[in-house]
Design a protein around this ligand. Structure first.
Ligand SMILES: [Zn+2]
Ligand SMILES: [Zn+2]
Length: 376
């Protein structure tokens, strides 16, 4: 009995020591990495900050001369931040693939131009646009996006819906070779052709395949869409397969990244385009504050490599700063590294996480769990 008490005491002392030592406050941010051009064989996937307090997605992918942008949120003004970033990397001013996942403004607002801001679609030469087959949207943002897309089509840009890609109709392809052993695959999401009252379920889902590695992007797909897609792939394609990288679904919302999808893809790295701590979508419900505890708990059994773009300090007063900042997932000579503009701390190592979220068991040091269970 006495021995048990001593063991528990020891375990908690160790836990305290470990947690205090892993706090962000005690760590110097790692060296800021901003490589202008990567090596010609390198694949880089960039999760961008969007220059304002609003959560939204923009993922920029570069492989050799191929450039891909998945979404351009969060507001029209984000175009400035996105273009400034991409201009530092793009070599030929040409974007081979624009993928617009769904009609919400935090995914498409920076594509079109306004009188004061030039949008992404008018800044670069756009070869192909792939977007959502279905929408319930009638917003001005969606209409502006669609009108810009139609204007580009008249000038030679290819446009396919994700369903046309998956079915390989109208000249669209399900898989595009990007050179070397890298491919872009447009995945099937049953909501491409099924009504949903939730716009997020219409999200275009894609994979980048690099040899035996896969990286998956599901936009804002919600739990029902995830489950539907996992079942479809299990029945028709032998499963989605393990994915080294997963873009945290729907900004780390509690309504996405559910158990079935996580079990199907078992991610090693999770990067989230989100403003940590925002009340933007939470309606003051703690459970929904991005990145949600539910998202964290469901991802934790697979990986602790979780990275977040932006941090809200004070939402009503527009105060925000970088969390990890722009996150670059780089594959160079088969070696994977994460290089962020602000710091390279894992979510669990940050002061914000320790102060605002609960550490899932899977992220607690193993020895401590073992000692505690021995003492019980
Ligand atoms: Zn969104
Ligand atoms: Zn959405």
């Amino acid at each position: 009995m006495k021995k048990n008490i001593l063991t528990v005491l020891f375990a908690f002392t160790l836990l305290f020591f470990t947690v205090s030592c892993s706090g962000a406050a005690n760590q110097e941010p790692l060296e800021r990495v901003r490589v202008k051009y990567y090596g010609s064989g390198d694949l880089s996937i960039h999760f961008l900050e969007l220059g304002n307090k609003f959560t939204g997605d923009c993922v920029y992918i570069n492989y050799g001369e191929v450039d891909i942008i998945i979404d351009a949120g969060s507001r029209r003004s984000s175009a400035t931040a996105i273009i400034e970033y991409i201009d530092n990397h793009i070599q030929d001013n040409k974007i081979e693939f624009i993928i617009a996942t769904h009609a919400h403004q935090d995914h498409i607002a920076a594509f079109h131009s306004t009188s004061s801001v030039k949008g992404i679609l008018d800044t670069y030469e756009i070869e192909t646009i792939i977007d959502f087959p279905k929408t319930n949207s009638t917003t001005a943002t969606y209409n502006n996006y669609r009108n810009t897309r139609e204007r580009l089509k008249e000038n030679g840009t290819y446009h396919y819906t994700a369903l046309q890609c998956y079915r390989e109709t109208n000249g669209a392809q399900r898989v595009y070779d990007l050179g070397g052993d890298v491919q872009l695959e447009i995945l099937y999401n049953p909501y491409y052709e099924t009504y949903s009252s939730n716009e997020n379920n219409y999200s275009v889902c894609v994979k980048i395949i690099q040899g035996d590695k896969q990286y998956i992007f599901t936009g804002d797909l919600e739990e029902e869409g995830e489950n539907y897609m996992v079942d479809y792939y299990a029945a028709n394609h032998g499963g989605l397969g393990q994915c080294v990288l997963y873009k945290g679904g729907h900004h780390g919302s509690d309504t996405s990244s559910h158990a079935k999808l996580m079990a199907a893809i078992m991610p090693d790295y999770v990067c989230v385009c989100t403003c940590a701590g925002t009340y933007e979508y939470s309606f003051n419900v703690e459970r929904n504050r991005f990145p949600s505890q539910g998202f964290i708990d469901r991802v934790a059994p697979y990986t602790d490599e979780v990275y977040i773009t932006t941090l809200i300090i004070d939402y009503p007063n527009n105060l925000y700063e970088s969390f990890n900042g722009d996150i670059v997932f780089l594959v160079s000579d088969s070696i994977i590294s994460i290089n962020c503009s602000n710091n390279n701390l894992k979510l669990k190592e940050t002061e914000w996480f320790l102060n605002n979220k609960t550490m899932p068991d899977a992220w607690k040091p193993k020895e401590i769990l073992e000692l505690v269970s021995l003492a019980e």
